[in-house]
Design a protein around this ligand. Sequence first.
Ligand code: GH3
Ligand code: MG
Length: 535
Amino acid sequence: MDKYKQHFLKNIRKKLEEWESMPFIPHDEVYRLVHSIAGTASIIGLDEIGQNARKLLDMLNEEENKTWTIEEVKQYIFQLVKSCYEYEESASTTFPSELYTQGEEPVILLIDDDTSFLMYMKEKLEKIGWYVVAIANPQKAITSFYDVRPDCVVIDIHMKEANGFEVLGFLKEKLKQQFIPTIMVSVDNSKVVRIKSYEMGADDFIQKPFDLDEFIARVKRQLERKRHIDEVLLVDELTHVYNRKYLKQAYALMQNEWKRLGEPFCLAILDLDHFKQVNDRYGHLVGDIVLRKFAELLRQGTRMSDIVVRFGGEEFVILFSKTKIQEAYEVANRLREQFERYPFQEEGATFSCTFSCGVVEVTDGDAPFEHWLRLADSALYEAKQKGRNRVVSAVPSQGTVQQKTIKIAVVDDDPIMRTIITDIVMKLPCERKAKHEVQTFKDGVEFIDSNWHQDLSPCLVILDGVMPKMDGLEVLQWIRMQKRSDRYKVIMLTSRRSENDIARALELGADDYITKPFKLLELEARICQMMKRMR
Ligand code: GH3
Ligand code: MG
């Protein structure tokens, strides 16, 4: 990029920065900026930016006695800022990744302590449209597995901290249950290692170094098999109740009944309380036992005509056929009492678990399933807020749906980046159970000093690697030292050249990284994926 363009973009940044610290911006300042962009941009070869500015100028009156807030200005000049970013992005090295499907792409969990291998594979596999969660720490891999819900797991056998077989040992039951293909990779191609891989349940073994095309072909074949199994299975393999794929069909059955007989039915959503603590304290295998028992109790405690579905993780849905709200409430409450009394035993200790539940009566079977789910979710949220281990009935007439909040912190010293990322995040479709709250920070110190993210809500941090005062890696380190650090998910924005920084970020526990400059759609896809993991 020539020096005029650089200087020009620097000035826009400076202005934005200045305005961000002002409570109100006088109209003539806004006018002057747009006016000068309109005049200069095309001359120095930034024609698109110039055209955008001229369009804006047509809408603006020079003489006007008004003031703007920074949000109003950003909204007004957003296209302009975006084309500045896009210009810079296209002016630097081309960076092809063209395939993004907003959260529908296959998810590959890659476990290897060799960070150069992780980086290389992540870049190559993301180019063909897969989403890769790269994990350098085998211990973290086991907990991540439950959040990531991968479609395929690739494990390196020889790692410093834990042998790949140990990781496989921990995950193998789970992988088998969910038909998740597992591929072991290793430099050691001995017969013993290969046989052990297969005996422990791996679906394939690939020797390192491998030909990338062949690796992709082999993973693809496994993914196809997995997709096929997912399509035909309606029963959850762990708990043996229906899985969420059956829910639409189940709802349609109840709708038909409602139409035929005119009787209401109920939808309940049940979520185990502090289930994460059960996993943390007793391990995931015990967590699985709790889930199995819970499902069994739901099955036994409801009628044949009711339908129990594992909705995901530790969340279940019950459709109560031909049931009014009072009855459904009572059944749910009875289940709650039974479950709370059930003694789980582990290593000589006895512990109990509870769940919270939101229930709603479906009084109009023509309304879509999502409508009732939203209401039941809201009641569930209320049950959690009121202290858990309780059932709350939804009030359908109540307009506002209550949801938990996911905080999104954008920490970047570049005002253009802050503006653009904030815009991406604000336009994201809302998660089923959560609303978003966004805050920007000019540097790491400002982020660390802020109380805004310290209230134990889940928080996604989009973190620039290189910043003055305190760089992104230091912020990441600070985050990982916090008490409930797992409620923070961190996406690092790193420069393509700083491979050491990427390696360090992975070692320090960044959940994802993206190299600058990136396509905006690509960042959006990454954020969507991460939000799915945060629920
Ligand atoms: P809350 O009372 O607010 O619901 O807290 P929570 O800890 O239950 O909720 P959170 O969503 O933080 O944690 C749910 C945990 O459930 C996280 C995930 O690792 C775990 N989980 C999801 N699926 C499975 C599974 O199949 N087996 C086991 N053992 N754990 C699972
Ligand atoms: Mg829970």
